[in-house]
Design a protein. Structure first.
Length: 270
């Protein structure tokens, strides 16, 4: 059964579409974790879910739209923001709501590692020319914001500071920010990326490390560029820390997951 986060997100999506004078359609909840995705016919409304606990304001939604538009204009296959009606962000129920074109895809299809890695490399190549302002500390700022808002184990903040100081001084560029295989969908036209709200300017090893950690080492081997091993180790450890912290954020919304969050914390520091 949907919780209040999901119910509020659906109300927000419906309020926005009603305000825009769009036909009323039966909402279908496609996803309800970090963000709640509500399909309304040819559109999908994206509304913060668990991210409400860590990311106040619309900056992440604005970034997602800006980067997705930029990539679309350059022929990179991504889920596209709506144009008519405008994509937003719109606001309802105190939440930012963005509107996207529904993208037909096969949710069960998984691309081979070489396809995923080459596709991500194409995104990286296009993003090098992105002209907009982007965060410079990405996950580190995200973690600091969570630590300021929630009472978590103080070792987590100290570890984030330690890893931030260890990030090697290597070339940075705009990244996807959350480049795991689950953010690549299989469309009739081919691989299609989505979810650019975590985009930031950082080392390529952040994205590549996520891909390898959540996909497997074959994804790392397939990426068509050399990888700085020191940067990869630090970025991978930072991603592990990030995951531990988000386990605790998720447990605020879903208290039955607190034991899992505690286990992840213990495993990280073991």
């Amino acid at each position: 059964m949907a919780d209040e986060y999901t119910r509020t997100a659906v109300r927000a999506a419906l309020a926005v579409t009603a305000r825009l004078g769009l036909p009323t359609r039966a909402p279908a909840v496609l996803h309800e974790r970090s963000n709640v995705l509500v399909r309304l016919g040819p559109l999908v409304a994206r509304v913060p879910g668990t991210t409400r606990l860590a990311r106040p304001g619309p900056a992440w939604q604005e970034r997602d739209l800006a980067v997705s538009r930029f990539l679309t204009e350059r022929g990179v296959r991504v889920v596209t923001p709506a144009t008519d009606p405008p994509a937003g962000p719109h606001f309802a129920e105190g939440l930012p709501v963005t509107l996207w074109n529904w993208t037909p895809h096969d949710p069960d299809h998984r691309y081979a590692p070489d396809v995923v890695a080459r596709s991500l490399a194409g995104v990286h190549a296009a993003l090098r020319e992105f002209p907009g302002e982007l965060p410079r500390r990405g996950p580190l700022d995200d973690l600091a914001r969570i630590f300021d808002r929630h009472d978590l184990d103080p070792r987590l903040r100290a570890e984030a500071d330690r890893l931030g100081a260890l990030l090697p001084d290597v070339a940075v560029q705009p990244l996807h920010g959350d480049a795991h295989p689950g953010n690549l969908i299989a469309t009739p036209e081919g691989p299609c990326w989505l979810d650019f709200e975590d985009t930031w300017r950082g080392p390529l090893t952040w994205d590549i490390g996520i891909l390898a950690r959540q996909g497997g080492p074959e994804y790392l081997a397939a990426y068509p560029a050399s990888v700085d091993e020191d940067a990869l180790r630090v970025c991978t450890r930072l991603r592990e820390l990030y995951s531990v912290v988000w386990h605790h954020v998720i447990a605020i919304r879903f208290p039955d997951r607190l034991d899992g969050a505690r286990s992840a914390l213990a495993a990280y520091f073991s």
